[in-house]
Structures are given as structure tokens and as C-alpha cells.
Ligand binder design. Structure first.
Ligand SMILES: [Zn+2]
Length: 258
């Protein structure tokens, strides 16, 4: 599943290509919104909010979420698509670009004035202009018994972190993802690190949490069975979740994290 930095970069690229342009063709391939036609309307902007994407056209907002398999591509006229046509869910064409949303996990169209109804529940956006660290900390610690691993992934607390960041953040702060957040000594530092880490990656194509792009780019994520880059202990893997929806793999160093 894409992390907030990937969605941020997608929004930035779409915005650069499309903002201010007029839609010459529009095809929304989701039954509930198949009759929506924004042809002739101006694309105001494309922004991300956490892992959600908002494309504002005329009076409407096309709200999408990439979930597991989704992506937005930009094509010049006549260029061959890099994914099959049947996976296309939304096609927005301007004079010089075709934007295609493939296999979007969520796609809906709402009046821009009602955007809050689809993203209003989200916590402070780590990559947004109104990022509020104190509010993120307040929300994260509202339920002290919640495990830090689950609290970090809950987009109602802070918006933008996925599984890679939650595993890496827990390692970098020396805490097990299964530990209750009420036992984490300095949540403000955890929040600050989350912000700095995702911000440092937001304009990069290849993500790194170790600070290098040569060799290991992650400390623990997907490194189970390999030696910890700090202490050499074998990295462990397990799962963490409240239910099937939130169940994801966790990775940790049993020596560096307590
Ligand atoms: Zn270690």
C-alpha cells in the first residue's frame, strides 16, 4: 500500500500537468458516478490529504484512494499505457495530457464544498500546509492502551503513514510496535520524527529511512531473518491488527527495540 509520500508526489505531478487546464474528455468507470461529466470545466488543482487524492474540477472534487493496487498515470497523446485499459477507473483528458486512474481502491465524486464529508475525519496531514504536531500527539495518546503500531497507522490520528513508516519509526525510536502508546516515553519526539522522515522522502522516487539509497534503505521493514544494521541481531517478523482490515506485517529488532 502506498505511503503518504507517494500520494503527495502523485498529486504534485498531476497538479503540475493539469492545473488551470480545461477538460476535453472525461470517463468515470464506476457505476455510481458513470454519468458524471466534467467536460468543459477547468481543473483547479490536485492535492493530497494524507493518503487521499483530491482532484478539483469545476464545482466538483474527484476523491480517490490508491489502496493496495491503485495508481494515477499521466500520458501524452498517443503514448501506450503502462497498465491494461480494463484497469482504468477514471480518465481525464486535457489538450496535452491524459490522466488515468488505474484500479483505484476508492473513487467517488462529491461537490468540492462537501469535501469535509470524505476527508474531514482524518487527523493532521503530515505533508499538508496545516500540519499540527500537537494535535497529532493528542490524538495518538487519547487511548493509552492502544499499541503504538496500530495508533501510527490509524489515519484519524495523523494522516499519511503506511506500514513501512510505522515499522521504521518504531525501530528508530527503539520501541516495539506492540507496546501500548501510553508507555512510549516521548510521543512528541515520535511525531516529530514521523514528520521529518516523510517530509525528507516526499520528493524522492526511492524512499529511504536509513539515509542512504545505496544498500539497505530500510532498517527493519521486510528485512526479517537478516542481521540488524545496528547490532547484528536477527530481525523478526510478525503481524499486528485489531481485525482483518488493519492486519499488517510488523518487523522489529528484539535487541534494539523494547
Ligand atoms: Zn538491533
Amino acid at each position: 500500500m502506498p505511503e503518504g509520500d507517494t500520494v503527495y508526489r502523485t498529486a504534485t505531478n498531476l497538479n503540475t500537468a493539469l492545473a488551470g487546464k480545461t477538460v476535453v474528455r472525461c470517463d468515470i468507470r464506476v457505476p455510481a458516478f458513470a454519468t458524471v461529466d466534467v467536460t468543459g470545466e477547468v481543473i483547479h488543482d490536485v492535492v493530497s490529504h494524507g493518503k487521499h487524492l483530491l482532484m478539483r474540477i469545476g464545482e466538483l472534487t474527484i476523491h480517490s484512494h490508491l489502496k493496495m493496487e491503485g495508481s494515477w498515470h499521466l500520458y501524452r497523446d498517443g503514448t501506450r499505457w503502462r497498465r491494461p485499459e480494463w484497469q482504468a477507473r477514471a480518465i481525464i483528458v486535457t489538450d496535452d495530457w491524459t490522466a488515468v486512474g488505474f484500479q483505484l481502491g476508492l473513487l467517488e465524486v462529491v461537490p468540492t464544498a462537501d469535501e469535509h464529508s470524505v476527508v474531514g475525519y482524518l487527523g493532521p496531514d503530515l505533508l499538508g500546509p496545516t500540519w499540527d504536531a500537537a494535535e497529532a500527539e493528542r490524538r495518538l495518546t487519547a487511548d493509552p492502551s492502544r499499541t503504538v503500531g496500530l495508533a501510527l497507522l490509524d489515519q484519524r490520528n495523523l494522516a499519511g503513514l503506511g506500514n513501512v513508516y510505522r515499522n521504521e519509526l518504531c525501530f528508530l525510536r527503539g520501541i516495539l510496535p506492540t507496546r501500548p502508546i501510553g508507555e512510549v516515553p516521548d510521543v512528541a519526539r515520535l511525531v516529530d520524527l514521523a514528520h521529518r522522515l516523510i517530509d525528507a522522502n516526499k520528493d524522492r522516487v526511492d524512499r529511504t529511512t536509513t539515509g542512504t539509497l545505496r544498500g539497505a534503505t530500510d532498517w527493519v521493514n521486510r528485512r526479517d531473518g537478516k542481521p540488524c544494521l545496528r547490532c547484528g541481531t536477527r530481525i523478526e517478523r510478525g503481524t499486528l491488527g485489531d481485525d482483518e482490515l488493519t492486519l499488517r506485517d510488523i518487523y522489529w529488532c528484539p535487541t534494539c527495540q523494547t
